[in-house]
Design a protein around this ligand. Structure first.
Ligand SMILES: NC(=O)c1ccc[n+]([C@@H]2O[C@H](COP(=O)([O-])OP(=O)(O)OC[C@H]3O[C@@H](n4cnc5c(N)ncnc54)[C@H](OP(=O)(O)O)[C@@H]3O)[C@@H](O)[C@H]2O)c1
Length: 179
């Protein structure tokens, strides 16, 4: 499960539904936030941890659902650990956005061997489901079971700073430009 804003909500929803959830983050502060504050079962720092060793430690029985939000080297380690009939949701590939050529993805071989189901996700396809989402999410937010944090910048002129923060990871929470 990957990251700060989208990933933190997806992870908390998964947790509220009873799943064992591991988050991938880029700093120890974020690792502490998702485990201590949000209740994730584990965190992996994609910048400093030994990815394979940490995944073996946190997911010894393999991975059933992979919510892909970033791309980058860890996707291969996760994919290798997918369980049979596992599911992959491809929502974002931030590691590839600044590149002229996206990095090669995982091999199709494991898709066959593990009978993995993969589906791309784009938010506009689901606008019609916002009422159902609110029905599920609102009680969780009201009861404090789902928490969020926003990183708010003031004024349109700060939008470029916001865009840069998106890639440096110095934002803490969903980036919002207040007009
Ligand atoms: N499909 C859709 O409809 C849809 C809608 C909204 C967002 N998204 C996608 O969701 C993802 C997260 O967006 P957000 O709004 O939640 O942004 P965010 O709060 O800024 O989170 C971005 C996350 O990506 C991580 N990251 C940045 N560069 C990375 C890299 N090279 N390798 C691995 N991780 C990296 C950051 O880690 P650190 O900061 O901890 O380093 C941060 O945790 C993006 O890929 C975005 O495009 C998709």
């Amino acid at each position: 499960m990957r990251q700060v804003s989208v990933g933190s909500i997806v992870g908390q929803l998964a947790k509220a539904e009873g799943l064992n959830v591991i988050g991938v983050v880029g700093s120890d502060e974020k690792a502490e936030w998702i485990t201590k504050e949000l209740g994730f079962d584990g965190a992996i720092n994609y910048k400093t941890d030994d990815l394979a060793a940490k995944l073996d430690e946190l997911a010894p029985k393999g991975i059933d659902v992979f919510f892909e939000n970033t791309g980058g080297p860890i996707q291969h380690h996760i994919f290798e650990r997918m369980n049979a009939h596992g599911r992959v949701v491809v929502c974002g590939l931030i590691a590839d956005y600044p590149k002229a050529e996206p990095a090669p993805g995982p091999s199709w071989l494991n898709v066959i061997k593990k009978r993995v189901r993969i589906e791309g996700f784009t938010m506009p396809d689901h606008f019609g489901e916002i009422p159902q989402l609110l029905q599920t999410l609102t009680p969780y937010v009201m009861s404090g079971q789902v928490k969020y944090r926003a990183h708010t910048l003031e004024g349109l002129e700060s939008a470029i700073t916001g865009l840069n923060l998106f890639f440096t990871g110095d934002n803490k929470g969903k980036l919002v430009v207040k007009l």
